[in-house]
Design a protein around this ligand. Structure first.
Ligand SMILES: Cc1cc2c(cc1C)N(C[C@H](O)[C@H](O)[C@H](O)COP(=O)(O)O)c1[nH]c(=O)[nH]c(=O)c1N2
Length: 228
């Protein structure tokens, strides 16, 4: 049974003013993944609400809005999340070639204990029933939609002076147990959030010599894969 339509028609879609455009590109270009620059100040509820609204405004396949957000402020829960990270990070280090392991271990790859707020973002594949417009031929589209929500939040956070760090070095089961997430729900992201007073000008992994940004023109093809 379809829902009742909501009100709303077409609104003018003029380009942004020059200042507005500058602000949008500034958020995109200066957004960073934050690990160590978090300040301890708690995030005000209204700021958190705006960030969640930004996430919730993301595009989603069939408008299924598959995301949920678990706000984690409890120090003990964060401590256990850090333990899970530390175990996984040891396993991760051993996966790299010997020559890279020392450098890997020198990188700080999370801010779980330092950030005042952690946010676990999940994806419910059943949010809009079994057959979803746009997901019929590609079941990963619900997860991709949830990642769009993360990116919206990340950009809005930059505008608010709030740093965000994505931590993915976990065994899925550890986060699931810790937060009581049912098996059918997919864990998409563990995000660390907090005010920051400094951000790297370039990705920290590039600054630390782990990996550089690729030239864009090597990634753009004309009409056919591999054709420039
Ligand atoms: C899906 C996903 C997962 C992770 C990340 C990102 C994304 C998109 N990133 C952050 C990543 O290292 C960072 O985005 C890049 O290095 C580029 O830097 P900026 O985000 O531009 O600062 C990340 N960083 C980190 O220190 N620990 C992590 O576990 C992860 N995991």
């Amino acid at each position: 049974m379809p829902d009742q339509p909501c009100s709303g028609g077409l609104a003018p879609a003029a380009p942004f003013t020059a200042d507005e455009r500058v602000a949008v590109y500034k958020a995109i270009q200066t957004r960073r993944d934050v690990r160590d620059q978090f300040l301890p100040d708690p995030l005000p509820d209204d700021v958190v609400a705006r960030l969640l609204e930004a996430a919730h405004a993301a595009p989603s396949v069939g408008f299924m809005q598959p995301w949920s957000f678990i706000l984690v402020r409890d120090a003990q829960v964060k401590e256990r999340a850090w333990d899970a990270f530390a175990r996984a990070n040891d396993e991760a280090a051993a996966m790299f070639p010997d020559a890279q392991q020392e450098r890997y271990r020198s990188l700080k790859l999370e801010g779980i204990r330092k950030a005042p707020l952690s946010l676990c973002v999940t994806c419910d594949p059943d949010r809009a029933g079994p057959v979803v417009l746009g997901r019929t031929h590609n079941p990963r589209m619900d997860a991709f939609s949830t990642v769009c929500a993360v990116q919206n939040l990340w950009l809005a956070a930059r505008a608010e002076g709030v740093g965000v760090g994505w931590v993915s070095i976990f065994r899925d089961a550890d986060v699931r147990d810790l937060l009581g997430i049912p098996e059918r729900i997919e864990i998409i992201a563990w995000l660390c959030l907090g005010y920051v007073d400094a951000l790297y000008e370039e990705p920290e992994l590039a600054v630390k010599g782990w990996r550089l940004r690729l030239p864009l023109d090597e990634l753009v093809f004309r009409d056919r894969w591999g054709t420039r």
